[in-house]
Design a protein around this ligand. Sequence first.
Ligand SMILES: [Zn+2]
Length: 426
Amino acid sequence: MGGKTAVKKRGAYFDRKETRSRERRREEQAGELAAMMRLAIKKSPVIRRRFEALGVTPTKRNACELLKKLPVISREKLVQMELDDPPYAGLGNPDAAIERIFTSPGPVYEPHLSESDPIWARAYRAAGFGPGDVVLNAFSYHLVAAGLTFHSGLRRVGATVVPSGASSAAVQVQLIRDLKVTGYTGTPSFLRTVIARAEEEGYDVRKDFGLRKACFAAEPLPPALREEFERSYGIDTYQMYGATEVGDVAYECREKEGWHLCEEVIVEIVDPETGLEVGPGELGEVVVTRPNDIFFLMRFGTGDLSRLIPGRCRCGRTAPRLAGIAGRVGEAVKVRGMFVAPSQLRKLAEGFPGWKFQAVVTREGNRDLLTVRVEAQESGRGKDVLASFEKRFAEICTVRIDRIEEVPTGTLAGGSRAIVDERNWP
Ligand SMILES: [Zn+2]
């Protein structure tokens, strides 16, 4: 995906892969997956044993089905596997010319080839970063993958990088001012800190600085903070999503309606309890496989909950989109087979300012019952308002409410949990 292959369509840059048909994507990715599986069988005794147990040789035709038969590997599980069989749990290719070895908390060791890094270029290109940009990279360069991999992505789109890493906010302000920085990449909360520091020093960020775009990762971007960056400071913001174990997973385009899956990964949305794929549009755990020839980590369970947005994006990319991150596995409660996460309820609350409510799951007979307790206002709530609340609930949570219970004001104190599981399992 170098600059030469990128084509310009409606003001955005794509490469061939981003606009290929979904059938073609599936077919090409199946081929890449089968190639990794066959190489892994040759190079990794761990993988060889796993496929011997399945009794099937991976081909382009069966690779995706075979993948579903492998266990999901969570970060915790990977840490244990690496402890038992250091450094790569037997999943590394011993003959690969590894350029870098990163580590992340656990510890988890991750071998990287430099060629596997520039994938973040897709995210930066979609966010409008390119030649002429001077970008502050405030991700750490120390041991962890973030700094260097984002650096490679920025270089790939032709931007100049200022590797500011973990420098203090004061230093970042000085760099933005002196080097005429136009873009920022890092966490949203740190950019907020840097802006606060600049204001303390008496700068008018919008007038005095050339900072116009930001591409965030590693943290959620709350809508209010996004609005503040965009409205108050004139900084166009984008989100990227990934994990150090598998790299870039998804990124936001200019439409800002979900995150396109990266062309280099195969993503499944699964029920974290069973590892089986959930239905279209349903919430589940994001499980990622990146076909590559150095680290044969297949079905990495990110622990993040999301769902896929149906339909095509107006930007022209054909890759499916993730609907942001709804929370972590463990926070969500399963209601009639669907996961409901606290973040979905927070999203719902945005449309009903001042409302206090709590979802409660009970069981009657063999059926889950979803009751939503809503604090009554003095005036009471009209039927229409409650009906629109129910409708919106079903849209966001993909589960219908069975009963709305109005409770006295003050019942749901500040610390009340958004969703409570009151089922007693025998
Ligand atoms: Zn798009």
